[in-house]
Design a protein around this ligand. Structure first.
Ligand code: PRP
Ligand code: URA
Length: 207
């Protein structure tokens, strides 16, 4: 499995903003969205293209467009914070949803919702969730996507712990992982250190 840490200066700068504990909901959401857009720009540079004949105001010409459908699948809730930024870059992308939450005691993922567009099999599926902590949620989400026929799945997150990266590597070695930062470790409550706290709560002002 490949793990790519996107070391873009703007991504690092914005990531520092969302790590600050004093950053409030509006700025937090905006930065998450902007980082997701920058990440989408970076990871889409090699997306396959196909020829298409179009007509400019001057003449007919053969040009390029994306060859495959792109499907963004956020893991609710926190993954929702990354959707707008990616759609700004790829407005033709379809959006599916996976509802998972971590049980507070066991830290294991609990599934509560799934809805996908019909075209999963031939699409590039961007599974998005800012936090890869134990990796339980991401592993379960990839299981769900594979059951729906998805073949080209790419995980896009903001902050990962080594434990989460290893869990993905063990369960789904063919899924590339793109993150903005690889942090140190998990604490006793399975939160990422230094991390940024509870991403869902910070995005939606629920604590
Ligand atoms: C967070 C986060 C991931 C998960 C990561 O979601 O957005 O989905 O935890 O942890 P893991 O790698 O240990 O599974 P949470 O369960 O807090 O739900 P929420 O987004 O609804 O707040
Ligand atoms: N979920 C979060 O929102 N933050 C963490 O650090 C771990 C899981």
């Amino acid at each position: 499995m490949t793990v790519t840490v996107l070391n873009h200066s703007l991504i690092k700068h914005k990531l520092t903003n969302i790590r600050r504990k004093e950053t409030k909901t509006k700025d937090f959401y905006q930065c998450v969205s902007e980082i997701a857009g920058l990440m989408a720009y970076e990871i889409s540079r090699d997306f396959p293209l196909k020829d298409v004949e179009i007509e400019t105001p001057i003449c007919k010409t053969v040009q390029k467009e994306l060859a495959q459908e792109i499907v963004i699948v956020p893991i609710l809730r926190a993954g929702l914070g990354m959707v707008d930024g990616i759609r700004d870059m790829i407005p033709t992308a379809k959006v599916g949803f996976i509802g998972l939450y971590r049980d507070e005691e066991t830290h294991l993922p609990v599934e509560y919702y799934a809805k996908f567009p019909p075209s999963m099999k031939d699409a590039i599926v961007l599974l998005v969730d800012p936090m890869l902590a134990t990796g339980g949620s991401a592993v379960a989400a990839v299981d769900m996507l594979k059951k729906r026929g998805a073949k080209d799945i790419r995980y896009v997150g903001l902050v990962a712990a080594p434990e989460g990266v290893k869990a993905m590597q063990d369960a789904h070695p063919e899924v590339p992982v793109y993150v903005a930062a690889l942090d140190e470790k998990l604490n006793e409550n399975c939160y990422i250190i230094p991390g940024l706290g509870d991403c869902g709560d910070r995005l939606f002002g629920t604590k």
